[in-house]
Design a protein around this ligand. Structure first.
Ligand code: 6PG
Length: 245
């Protein structure tokens, strides 16, 4: 991926609660800007445990939900009511508690299996964001997490999905973080987004965050480091523990 991001920023907050509040505030301000500029707001969600509290804050927000489109940055290939489902987590914390049109929650159809679900998700992105073949759809904001091994979304070190430069969504069959079967947005989509907000909480993330922010390349592949080459605004939102403080 070539090019430089519009800007890179590290924002440090006291703890996980402050991170959730700040993340929700930033999502809402991005939404307000997108709605004012384009009449719609297209957001991709982070999975895992870190964003859940921020989603709970969004459940009480005042906004025109009818103009939001919500995608998933990655999904585990499990049933939508399975405890490992990112969709389930986001619905329970937020989406099921606000009047967002059902058709505007663009779930990953995991029931199709990883490969077919990834292809289906690419079509869904293109259709919803009006991206012609050969072009990359532009999301307004992508929320991401960070794994201790430096993965983000379900782009794990050494995986084919991480190297993917053509398709918008890819299947993952051997994720080192369970469950192994996943669907993830690929780097071209992350790179094209207007803004990326990476949520990082906890001491166990400190080495990966330090590596992602370091000037020099660390010895091992650190996938999240490649976010520096995204075209949009890149914000790392971390709590003090994630900075090792
Ligand atoms: C997933 C995620 C993944 C996550 C990181 C951090 O579905 O597992 O999208 O990329 O963001 O692994 O996970 P935690 O927030 O649970 O630490």
């Amino acid at each position: 991926m070539s090019g430089r991001p519009a800007s890179v920023e590290l924002v440090v907050v006291a703890d996980a609660d402050a991170l959730a509040e700040e993340a929700a505030r930033r999502v809402l301000s991005s939404a307000a800007a997108a709605l004012a500029a384009r009449g719609t707001f297209a957001l991709a969600l982070a999975g895992g445990s870190t964003p859940r509290a921020a989603y709970a804050h969004l459940a009480t927000a005042e906004t025109d939900w009818s103009r939001w489109h919500v995608f998933f940055g990655d999904e585990r290939v499990v049933a939508p009511d399975h405890p490992d489902s990112n969709e389930r987590m986001a619905r329970a914390a937020w989406l099921a508690r606000v009047p967002i049109p059902a058709a505007h929650v663009h779930r990953v159809r995991t029931e199709l299996g990883a490969e077919a679900a990834a292809a289906d998700y690419e079509s869904e992105l293109r259709r919803t964001l009006h991206a012609a073949p050969g072009t990359v759809p532009v999301l307004d904001l992508v929320l991401l997490g960070l794994g201790p091994d430096g993965h983000t979304a379900s782009l794990f070190p050494g995986s084919a999905a991480t190297r993917e430069r053509e398709r918008l969504a890819a299947a993952v069959h051997d994720a080192p973080k369970p469950p192994p079967e996943r669907v993830t947005l690929t780097f071209p989509v992350l790179a094209a987004a207007r803004a990326l907000l990476v949520l990082v909480s906890g001491r166990d993330k400190a080495p990966a965050l330090a590596g992602a922010l370091a000037q020099d390349d660390p010895p091992q592949e650190l996938v999240a480091r490649d976010l520096r080459r995204a075209h949009g605004r890149l914000v790392w939102l971390a709590d003090r523990a994630a900075l090792g403080r």
